[in-house]
Design a protein around this ligand. Structure first.
Ligand code: NAI
Ligand code: MG
Length: 372
């Protein structure tokens, strides 16, 4: 039996292009792994009314981890209109497979490293090496939302918070409420993941990106828990910043930062900012990590206009493979893969169009494999 069982989920559009690129590199690495293809994406929504079929969930339950490329998603009415005729009018609703996988497998860490590779013409500045730990299951994206504001909830809020006075006289149907729920355990596990990573890979600081001076209770809880956990890692300094100021610092002095940790929405925003500083979507990989399963992906989507042209940059997908290797404990191989990617980009002979090159997706992946 192979040491690892890894699901491969190419999905839609350029997801297939970049997964083919990943396979070139995986072949070269020759990990002791069994790779199992798994269905996900638009085609399964159209034909079966489910973009994440139960058989894929069952497969994932038997795997150590998965590589996922990209999927297409569309607004509700458009999605329904594209179902095969037999499935139309049955009240099926499209649900994001990524969000569902995060929920089903409690993938609470969203890990997003952003490194400026030398010679990448898309770098904002050289020397950037930022890694965002974004909480992936709670906070503003947990979906506990109301509109109109229910009467009983409103009455309770008015009883408990004098601040509700600001909304006196506003009709409940004119009030929308989105909650931001943090738990102590939720704060602890994301902060701990960030410190563990900093410790393992030698980053001297962990920067907590929140807004405790204004969002006192949720951000406040995260800050207090972070300070406690920080005490367990005397060699790593905890820096505390407000998210708005952080956006300015990230543009002004991005080289000053290493590991950053944040809640779901703020982490989403700062990690996109970090990605653009090192070249954008072609370079941004992420890991969705839980205690029992981890899913690694490029953060870009299915870019339908480039689908099947083997034109897009495979780097984000290859960096997702690198993150997977790290997570599996294959850190030497991970390091060699990143080095090979860095060399190909720096030499500049085999670059995709986004870096002003003319290499195809597969040629660039092959160049990386050759370096290995
Ligand atoms: P997108 O990320 O697919 O593409 C936007 C643009 O970014 C592309 O047109 C291209 O110019 C550039 N780009 C993306 N990946 C690239 C790469 N590897 N190399 C070079 N350039 C690259 O975002 P868009 O167009 O907003 O969405 C297309 C579809 O993808 C939609 O159906 C959307 O819902 C879905 N999507 C899926 C995601 C996922 O699977 N995780 C994430 C984002 C969008
Ligand atoms: Mg995002």
């Amino acid at each position: 039996m192979a040491k690892y069982k890894i699901a491969l989920m190419p999905g839609d559009g350029i997801g297939n292009d970049v997964m083919d690129a990943a396979k070139i590199v995986l072949d070269k690495i020759a990990l002791d792994a069994e790779y199992v293809p798994a269905d996900i994406g638009w085609e399964f929504w159209r034909a079966e009314g489910e973009p994440l079929p139960q058989r894929t969930i069952d497969t994932l339950k038997t795997c150590d981890c998965a590589l996922f490329a990209a999927i297409t998603s569309k607004p509700k009415e458009e999605a329904e209109a594209e179902l095969v005729p037999e499935l139309q009018g049955k009240g099926l609703t499209y649900r994001s497979p990524i969000v569902r996988m995060r929920q089903i497998f409690d993938l609470y860490v969203n890990l997003r490293p952003c490194k400026a590779f030398k010679g990448n013409p898309l770098n904002f500045q050289d020397g950037i090496d930022m890694v965002t730990f974004r909480e992936n299951t709670q906070g503003l994206y947990a979906g506990v939302e109301f509109h109109p504001l229910p009467d009983d909830l409103r009455a309770k809020l008015e009883e408990l918070s004098p601040r509700m006075g600001a909304f006196e006289g506003v009709a409940s149907e004119d009030i929308a409420l989105s909650t931001r729920i943090f738990t102590r355990a939720g704060c602890q596990r994301i902060v701990r993941a960030a410190f563990e990573y900093a410790n393992k890979f030698g980053y001297p600081t962990v920067t907590l990106v929140e807004k405790p001076n204004v969002i006192r209770e949720t951000s406040g809880l995260m800050v207090r828990e972070a300070r406690k956990i920080s005490a367990e890692y005397p060699d790593i300094e905890l820096w505390e910043t407000n998210v708005d100021a952080m956006a300015m610092w990230m543009v002004k002095n991005p080289q000053n930062y290493g590991v950053m940790v944040s809640s779901n929405m703020f982490g989403d925003i700062v990690s996109d900012l970090a990605a653009q500083l090192v070249g954008g979507l072609g370079f941004a990989a992420s890991g969705n990590i839980g205690d029992d399963l981890a899913i690694f992906e490029p953060t870009h989507g299915s870019a339908p206009k480039y689908a099947g042209q083997y034109k897009v940059n495979p780097t984000a997908m290859l960096l997702a493979v690198k993150l997977m290797l790290d997570w599996l404990g294959e850190t030497d191989t991970a390091q060699r893969l990143e080095q090979a990617i860095a060399e190909v980009i720096e030499e500049g002979e085999t670059r995709t169009y986004d870096m002003d090159g003319d290499a195809t997706t597969l040629e660039m992946a092959q160049a990386v494999a050759d370096k290995l």
